[in-house]
Ligand binder design. Structure first.
Ligand code: ARG
Length: 474
């Protein structure tokens, strides 16, 4: 039998009605209302930001002479004490107090008495939660930016070690043209750089303060919204109170950034899964980053890479979840919006662990240069080099050169040989003007070295690109 989701209701009386808003209520909420309403189990994660917002608000109320200096002192000291206790795990969160805002306020009342009741002057939980949540997302952006920078640092370091390590570049997962591993890794440095840029753009837009919008319409008290904005490191106060309490596009932008970043992580993770397989044999993870199988003793599985790949799914889900929650909500605050937090918390936690695990894996793997070089020379990956030679030396239109080279590939493959293993005579059966020098452009290293165009894979370019990346990103 499934356990009941709520305990037997205690006898409800007027005194068990919520002390924060229970004035007109004579009976406590139905257990199921309490059950669906309660958010403390997850929104307690906002405690730091909630307290930061409350301290800014209290100081402003004091500065504006809305409450006394003595009350401000008591409130700030009380909130500091609560912060320390929560940090130390000494605080008891109560479901009966619904959310983080009311848990903190009730604790403040226990500690400092009546002055606590003045803190909520000229404020509502609506602007309070909008403020705390914005601060939380801003902190998350800053933490993730730092983690992504570490990942870029690790990738750049591995790229520098491998500026001329050859590997096959792929299209359609078929060997296409030789590239260098350094070039391949720096591609991800660019992606994560754009992710950081997206986070920074979102941060700039979200960095304005909703506090003081009150419930929805502003307040009759002479508050100073610029003061609280500056106290919390916001650039300015939001200009419309209805928008301030009901906007969640800052969270949507964060989740969009998270989703796109998760896509990039999943692509690198997928490459690691492929490359570490016996079929590729390009890289090997140490024991610290490999897992075994309970039945197959030979296995070294890349679980962390697979999980980075897999966790991207839930992060897209988090974005879609909040989009759907916000869609068509009329202004201003609606309780639906309490559903904004869990998707964001989930993305913050999972994106962070993915970025950090990816950094660990990038630092860890050893490269099998031999296997990569062999793979780089296979599958006629130098066919384009031969075609380019025909264009350059014989002034053949590229389309004709493509045709001639395709015939040469067919000839070689019929003889189970690589292009460079054909004799000049063989080559000349297809194109009599081919000369001995053509062979010089066929080794994979020559092929890579020839691709010196801006952004190309030539080792010299990669060395410079890595140095540039250090300047741009680190
Ligand atoms: N826990 C609520 C939330 O996350 C706080 C705001 C409650 N506001 C209200 N009017 N009931 O949205």
């Amino acid at each position: 039998m499934v356990a009941p989701i709520v305990k037997k209701p205690a006898k409800k009386t007027a005194s068990s009605a919520n002390s924060m808003w229970g004035g007109q209520f004579s009976v406590a909420p139905d257990d199921l209302l309490a059950k669906i309403n309660v958010s403390i189990s997850f929104d307690k994660q906002l405690y730091r930001q909630d307290i930061r917002g409350s301290i800014a608000h209290a100081k402003m109320l004091g500065k504006q002479k809305i409450i006394s200096a003595g009350d401000v002192k008591a409130i700030v000291a009380g909130l500091d004490g609560i912060l320390k206790d929560i940090d130390a795990g000494r605080f008891e969160f109560k479901d009966s107090l619904e959310d983080i805002h009311m848990n903190v306020e009730a604790a403040l009342k226990e500690r400092i008495g009546d002055a606590a009741g003045r803190l909520h002057t000229a404020r509502s939980r609506n602007d309070q939660v909008a403020t705390g949540f914005r601060l939380y997302v801003r902190d998350a952006v800053d933490a993730l930016d730092g983690a992504l920078k570490e990942l870029q640092k690790a990738l750049i370091a591995r790229a520098e070690e491998n500026v001329s390590t050859l590997m096959p570049g792929f299209t359609h997962l078929q060997a296409a043209q030789p590239v260098t591993l350094g070039h391949h890794l720096l591609a991800y440095v660019e992606m994560f750089g754009r992710d950081r840029g997206r986070a920074a753009d979102a941060r700039a837009r979200m960095n304005e303060s909703p506090l003081g919008a009150a419930a929805l319409a502003g307040t009759s008290f002479p508050i100073d919204r610029e003061f609280t904005a500056k106290e919390m490191g916001f650039d300015r106060a939001m200009g419309n109170s209805l928008d301030a309490v009901s906007a969640r596009d800052f969270a949507l932008e964060f989740l969009a950034f998270g989703s796109i970043c998760a896509v990039h992580l999943s692509r690198l993770a997928e490459e690691m899964v492929n490359w570490s397989s016996a079929q590729f044999g390009f890289i090997r993870f140490s024991d610290a980053w490999s897992t075994g199988s309970s039945i197959m003793p030979q296995k070294r599985n890349p679980d962390a890479a697979e999980l980075v790949r897999g966790k991207s799914g839930r992060m897209f889900g988090n974005l879609v979840s909040l989009l759907a929650t916000m869609k068509a909500l009329p202004l201003a605050y609606n309780k639906d919006m309490q559903e904004d937090k869990e998707p964001v918390f989930d993305t913050v936690a999972n994106l962070m662990v993915c970025v950090m695990a990816m950094t660990g894996m990038v630092k860890d793997f050893t490269v099998n240069k031999e296997a990569m070089a062999v793979a780089a020379s296979q599958a006629y990956s130098n066919a384009t080099d031969l075609a380019d030679w025909l264009v350059r030396e014989l002034k053949m239109p590229f389309r004709d050169a493509h045709h001639v080279t395709a015939k040469l590939v067919k000839l070689a493959s019929g003889k189970k040989k690589m292009l460079e293993e054909l004799s000049l005579k063989d080559l000349q059966t297809v194109e009599p003007r081919l000369r001995q020098e053509v062979f010089a452009c066929l080794p994979p290293l020559k092929s890579a070295e020839s691709r010196k165009s801006f952004g190309g894979t030539a080792p010299g370019n990669v060395k410079k690109a890595a140095a540039d990346a250090r300047k741009r990103f680190l």
